[in-house]
Design a protein around this ligand. Sequence first.
Ligand code: GTP
Length: 327
Amino acid sequence: MDAQWLAMPILQQLNSGVLVLSTDYHICFYNQFIERRLGVPLAEVRHKSVFDVFTDLPEAWLKRKLDSVVALNAPVFSSWEQRPYVLKLPHLRPISNVSDYMIQNCSMLPLLHPHTGETFVCLLIEDATDVSLYQQELQRNMQALQQANRMDGLTQVFNRSYWEQLLNAEILRARRYHQPLSLILFDLDKFKQLNDIYGHQGGDYVLVELSAFIQSLLRESDLLGRYGGEEFGIILPNTGLQGASEVAKRICRQVAAHPLHYQQQDIRATISLGVAELNPHRQQDVHDLVQCADLALYLSKREGRNRSTSYRDELRHYLQKITESAH
Ligand SMILES: Nc1nc2c(ncn2[C@@H]2O[C@H](COP(=O)(O)OP(=O)(O)OP(=O)(O)O)[C@@H](O)[C@H]2O)c(=O)[nH]1
């Protein structure tokens, strides 16, 4: 069967754009897919330079591609991820929140005229608007999921597992660049009592409000995370013990002076804090550093709460002594 008569109707019905150019970039043919979107009949632009008809074409880039198709007699592909579109055409979709133009994959194929031996280049334009839309949405969802995986559901500060990853990374960074690094652990005082008085919801309210308040007192580079029930940690990059200790005292003071209003009642909450600095002469990991800050926090609780203690090695001996004398 002579299949030539099939070619033109199929070409015109194709759900892809077909544009044929001469080697000097003149338009020889485009199908209805392009004609409908461009709104210009082929007869009007045949033999015109493609750059005069599609005035937004990246001329130098396209000429390089077309010349290479002709010179190598081999196809070239341009994906929408590299370049969202080659021909600026509307996408004919009633969607307003994507690109106004059709996102495209474009294959450029060499064509040899069977009788004259003349070379042409066929640009095959595939509409990738839906694919790009789905991919953008997928990326948005993945980012949201990733964000949710990192945050504590109640307080919206980092959750423990992500905060520990951050602490690990900050320890490595501090060691690598010989920078100081400090850690503050803090715990709400008599929180059980607060829960008993105001109920679990009142307790939750305090956790939410206080973590937002403390976050607002910190630098953007400081990293606040919820370590456990009513225990939190703050990583202070590039901060030595003295600086961190000042930060801790300031937070302690400001929390105590910050009334929380819950169901027409004023709640006064206080916190106890422990501060530790990464020891540059010792191989400390996350666990060791947290343990030092935790010990300092324990002493803050023991000394009467609503205060901050900075870790020093002597504290271990002191702690040993007081636990021995307690037995
Ligand atoms: N509302 C609320 N309470 C919590 C949450 N997580 C832990 N808690 C409560 O926090 C309380 C902690 O009690 P304790 O460990 O005895 O400490 P505390 O009462 O704060 O006493 P000190 O730490 O010694 O000052 C417990 O009653 C927990 O049930 C939470 O997400 N929401």
